[in-house]
Design a protein around this ligand. Structure first.
Ligand code: DSN
Length: 416
């Protein structure tokens, strides 16, 4: 149990806010696919004195003195990440996912170069070429999508677009796509046109590390991932690449994009990678996927349409149209009963992004709490009852009590 003794004494206002958020996390169900609960060890490393240090540069090549210990910490993080993902080279300094992706573009491309990425409204990410994002503004992105009928990425169409457009880089990866990606097929297409291959595995990194889904690291030129989603580490990111690109990636991260790395976060990344190398992590990752598949089936049983008909990973996108509610309203209703989710576009959504038709559900955080199929079944029932009684405040209050009762049986890792 984290005590925050000094904070309680020195800053009652911030202490009270943190305690309130801790209670919210403990008493509510977290189903946002990109969120998770870190272990007490990861949290302690994040709160360590390593935050006091400046260490621009890399182990044994720093621009500040006093970095002997930081060198050790960063080297541990690098070595563990290499082992976890079978990577030739790893940079553990990126501050988060978008800065990591920016560094990759910076390392391989010139402004205006053509890049092929997955459309945001088909499950991609802002940093994969959306027009309001730096990626779409600086580079000339063309986009692929999912097949209208199946909801799967249409690899034939990807090939056609790639051969027609001849991008300098192909981006594979997503933030709301529930199916396995055929990394080898992406690589084959890229090789036909001499394009770089970049995989963003932010969402599935934990599943990749556990060997539950395919690993692009040995196949692709460069791979980025955040460390805080299924991987269950601190907020941050890493970049993995072939040894021949090591120098250009390292230079792009520092001095290209960033100044001093966040050494306390590097330590917490090392701790999380150490945890992910243990057999228990594999069990967790297996259960994450089993829970997501089970949840998809429970929704389908109750008459919901799940995009692509199910899932191969930790997330699913559910089209709320058949229940006469938008994704935004469903998010609000579920919030009232203590279940956090986020609205999501569905492929070719007739509704605008702020009021899309879908909701994205994820199972990593529930699984970290120890929940299995039995609890997932109850949660699906609670969600459905909330949606069906969306205007009945009394019913919603009763459901909130049921959610809290379930949460009490599954304390957070940091509460033990
Ligand atoms: N915000 C993250 C997600 O929810 O998927 C992606 O950056």
């Amino acid at each position: 149990m984290i005590k925050y003794t000094a904070l309680k004494k020195e800053d009652k206002e911030v202490y009270a806010a943190i305690e309130k958020e801790a209670a919210r996390q403990a008493d509510e169900l977290e189903m946002i696919a990109s969120e998770n609960y870190v272990s007490p060890a990861v949290l302690e490393a994040m709160g360590s004195v390593l935050t006091n240090k400046y260490s621009e540069g890399y182990p044994a090549h720093r621009y500040y003195g006093g970095n002997q210990v930081i060198d050790e910490v960063e080297t541990i993080a690098i070595e563990r990440a290499k082992k976890l993902f079978n990577a030739e080279h790893v940079n553990v300094q990126p501050l988060s996912g978008s800065p990591a992706n920016a560094a990759i573009y910076f390392a391989f491309l010139k402004p205006g170069n053509k890049v092929l990425g997955l459309r945001l409204d088909h499950g991609g990410h802002l940093s994969h070429g959306h027009p309001v994002n730096f990626s779409g503004l600086l580079y000339n992105f063309v986009q692929y999508g999912v097949d209208d009928k199946t909801g799967y990425i249409d690899m034939k169409a990807v090939r056609e677009i790639a051969l027609r457009e001849k991008p300098k880089m192909i981006v594979a990866g997503f933030s709301a796509y529930s199916r396995e990606i055929d990394w080898q097929e992406f690589k084959n297409i890229a090789d036909e046109i001499g394009a770089y291959t970049f995989a963003d595995i932010a969402h599935i990194a934990g599943l990749v590390a556990a060997g539950i889904v395919g690993n692009p690291v040995p196949i692709f030129d460069v791979v980025s991932t955040t460390t805080h989603k299924t991987l269950r580490g601190p907020r941050g990111a890493i970049i993995m690449c072939k040894e021949k690109y090591a120098k250009q990636i390292d230079r792009a991260v520092f001095p290209g994009m960033q100044g001093g790395p966040h050494d306390h976060i590097t330590a917490a990344k090392a701790v999380a990678f150490g945890e992910a190398l243990r057999p228990e992590f594999k069990e967790y990752a297996k259960q994450v996927v089993a829970n997501a598949k089970f949840l998809a089936a429970e929704f389908i049983k109750r008459g919901y349409r799940v995009v692509s008909g199910g899932t191969d990973n930790h997330l699913l996108v559910v089209d709320m149209t058949s229940k006469n509610i938008t994704g935004r309203d469903a998010e609000e209703v579920l919030n009232k009963i203590g279940i956090s989710v986020n609205r999501s576009t569905i492929p070719n959504d007739p509704n605008p992004p702020l009021k899309p038709s879908g909701v994205r559900f994820g199972t990593p955080a529930l699984t970290t709490r120890g929940m299995k199929e039995k609890e997932i079944s109850l949660i699906a029932e609670l969600i459905d009852r909330a949606i069906m009684n969306k205007e009945d405040e009394t019913k919603l209050a009763e459901l909130k009590t049921e959610v809290k009762k379930l949460c009490k049986k599954f304390p957070l890792p940091t509460a033990k």
